[in-house]
Design a protein. Structure first.
Length: 147
């Protein structure tokens, strides 16, 4: 996890087991150097918009990728996504919903709000490791983003 200014991935996940599995998967694929983990939607928004306990963070130093769980405490993932994609400063940040929710309305609403990808967490550990590794490789190494 990073506490510095350069964060490539912001992981918004309230389940410590899922967060640890995601970090292990990123590490296995050599993508875990600059990951910052937040455990609720309010903290995710504070981090992204350099507010609250993150007000000293440079808001122009945005993550290259946000991995977002939908079922977050305080502010749910859909509201976090809505705020990210409706703000000129942050709408181009790729957001991947990584959730256990197979609920159709969640997926539809996520895409309406501008999510870049919607992935249901596989139950199988090996499949989960592979899925996280592949999405990290794609979004961090292959995908081209505007400056």
């Amino acid at each position: 996890m990073s506490s510095g200014n350069t964060v490539e991935i912001l992981l918004a996940e309230d389940n410590p087991n899922d967060a640890e599995l995601t970090l292990r998967a990123l590490k296995k694929h050599h993508l875990a150097n600059e990951v910052h983990v937040v455990t609720d939607g309010a903290e995710a928004l504070d981090y992204i918009f350099a507010a609250g306990s993150y007000e000293s963070r440079d808001p122009n130093n945005r993550p290259k990728l946000i991995l977002l769980d939908l079922k977050l405490p305080k502010v749910d993932g859909l509201e976090v996504l809505r705020r990210i994609k409706s703000d000129e400063r942050t709408k181009t940040i790729p957001v991947v919903v990584l959730t256990s929710s197979r609920e159709g309305p969640d997926m539809v609403e996520s895409y309406k709000l501008g999510v870049n990808s919607y992935i249901v967490k596989p139950v199988d550990f090996t499949k989960f490791i592979d899925a996280v590794g592949e999405l990290g490789l794609y979004w961090l190494l292959l995908n081209e983003q505007p400056s």
